[in-house]
Write a protein that binds this ligand. Sequence first.
Ligand code: FE
Length: 204
Amino acid sequence: MSATATGIPEQAPASDRAWALFKALDQKNLIPQGYAESWKKVFEIDFDPKNGARVVARAWTDPAYRDLLLRDGTAACAQFGYTGPQGEYIVALEDTPAIKNVIVCSLCSCTNWPVLGLPPEWYKSFEYRARVVREPRKVLEEMGTTLPADTEIRVYDTTAETRYMVLPVRPDGTEDWTEEQLAEIVTKDCLIGVAVPQVPATTN
Ligand code: FE
């Protein structure tokens, strides 16, 4: 480790530090067999924004499920098996033509892992966390989402317990789509609320 001009030691990349920690714990036999591998699978495969997309598509096509999702998001997501760390208390925020919901964790980077997957890099940036609270309309515009001037934007800051997901408005032109087709247009950004589901021009 070398020192920078400011005297603050330069840090190795996070992946190197994680690997060094893993090796140190492993040498002391403190890591149970298969433990790291099982979490790798959870983070890389199980926690997938396609999960949230399925939840949204079901809510768009099944009014009873939509009611449950808005009343008890944790129970609704658990019906698909989407449970686990950072998904203990899920609250779904319903967009309407007049209201657009957006999620942030202004303190750090909390997200609803089982339903949204791990947070994107930009979600963890100081810039997003500070600016989306102050000027959400401008931040969304910069991210490619221009909302009508009279749409109210509500920014939800994640608390210690609550993990949000956005239930976007079902786009026009999808009336005869299947649940699977609908799930295809719901991205991680849509679940965070910085984007809205887009109907590809060719299928509209
Ligand atoms: Fe956080």
